[in-house]
Design a protein around this ligand. Structure first.
Ligand code: TXA
Ligand code: MG
Length: 332
């Protein structure tokens, strides 16, 4: 199958393909998604095949408007409406009790479903024109870094899906923050919205399970090998991390670093992901950086890691997952 690259003028083609049960790559502000009609189990099944995704890893429903929540979820607590009002459209996914209308295959048989209203004009127009929710995981082959551009999505999905809707580069660059919303709000995946921002809105602490610092999964999808380039990644933390990396590497290695330290690594393959304090830039760059090394012959990749606060928490999490939690802490 030839994968069509569609522009914004061709949105009706994307819409028709989705209605026919085909897969379409959709742009969102976080990362590109691999979309299907969420209410059509056969269409959703194709997502798992195209991605090579285990069936026990549920998908997120993308809706066009917060009011759609009541179509697919029940027992929606006031907290969920508060979060929707504050952050939608935007990079927040809420896990809520599901209505029976959401097919089992979307939620892997769980009685909850993840829902988000993406902040991208083309995605919203597309979902609205379909008038059904779009189920979409990130548009990468399972295990690879998520795509933040149409070309990255095509790299993984060319010939496997009907079309990709080109909406430009993803502005946020890391996936949505996932919280389960009940009596407590629990962080399941750090992402485009900082925990601190959520707490500011709710005047309430967001629970961060201690397993966030380890391999133990919180969301089902967090247990799999993730975001990994071909060469093994090591995350190096601590004030002297750049100097340690500079001593360790050879010409055959790659480095992911902050702008301030790039001059230490002139002999290796280097990807700068922004200034040390610029989490927003780092989030935009991190997946492109991880993908870049697959086009080089590097044998190992060493990465600096941002502070784990605000958006930095999500960037640090993606790097640590790419490293399979191979982390070197440099003593001061
Ligand atoms: O920003 C994003 O969230 C992107 C864009 C395309 O919207 N999507 C995305 O989807 O990252 P995916 O499938 O790559 O990650 C969704 C995560 C998985 O870890 C999955 O296990 C978790 O959400 N998840 C989905 N439904 C869930 C549920 N009912 N309970 C717990 N976790 C759930
Ligand atoms: Mg993903």
């Amino acid at each position: 199958m030839n994968t069509l690259i569609l522009s914004s003028q061709d949105i009706h083609i994307a819409s028709t393909l989705l209605q026919q049960g085909e897969l379409v790559g959709i742009p969102t502000e976080t990362v590109y998604g691999l979309g299907a009609n969420a209410l059509n189990p056969d269409a959703v099944a194709k997502i798992f095949t195209a991605k090579g995704r285990p069936q026990d890893n549920p998908l997120i429903l993308h809706i066009a408007d917060p009011s759609w929540l009541t179509r697919y979820c029940e027992e929606i607590p006031p907290t969920a409406w508060q979060l929707a009002e504050a952050f939608w459209p935007g990079p927040l996914t809420m896990i809520l009790p599901s209505k029976a209308i959401v097919p089992d295959i979307v939620r892997s048989g769980l009685d909850t479903v993840g829902v988000r209203c993406p902040n991208h004009p083309l995605a919203l127009e597309l979902i609205r024109s379909c008038d059904f929710p779009i189920a979409a995981p990130s548009g990468n082959v399972s295990g690879k870094p998520s795509p933040t551009s149409v070309s990255a999505m095509a790299e993984d999905m060319d010939t496997k899906i009907s079309a990709i809707l080109d909406g430009g580069d993803s502005l946020v660059g890391v996936e949505s923050t996932i919280v389960s919303v009940g009596d407590n709000v629990v962080l399941l995946r750090s992402g485009g919205i900082g925990v601190e921002e959520i707490q500011d809105i709710l005047h309430k602490t967001v629970e961060i399970p201690s397993s966030h610092q380890s391999q133990k999964p919180v969301a089902p999808g967090m247990k799999y090998h993730h975001y990994a380039p071909q060469a093994p990644v090591t995350v190096v933390r601590g004030q002297n991390a750049p100097q340690w990396i500079a001593k360790e590497i050879t010409q055959e290695d790659g480095v992911i670093c902050f702008e301030e330290y790039a001059s230490l690594f002139t002999f290796s393959y280097v990807k700068i992901i922004g200034k040390e304090s610029d989490f927003q830039e780092q989030a935009q760059q991190v997946f492109q950086a991880l993908r870049y090394f697959d086009s080089t012959p590097v044998k190992r990749i060493f990465a600096q890691c941002p502070m784990e606060e605000g958006l930095g928490r999500a960037v640090a999490n993606r790097l640590q997952k790419a490293a399979g939690f191979r982390i070197v802490d440099i003593e001061e």
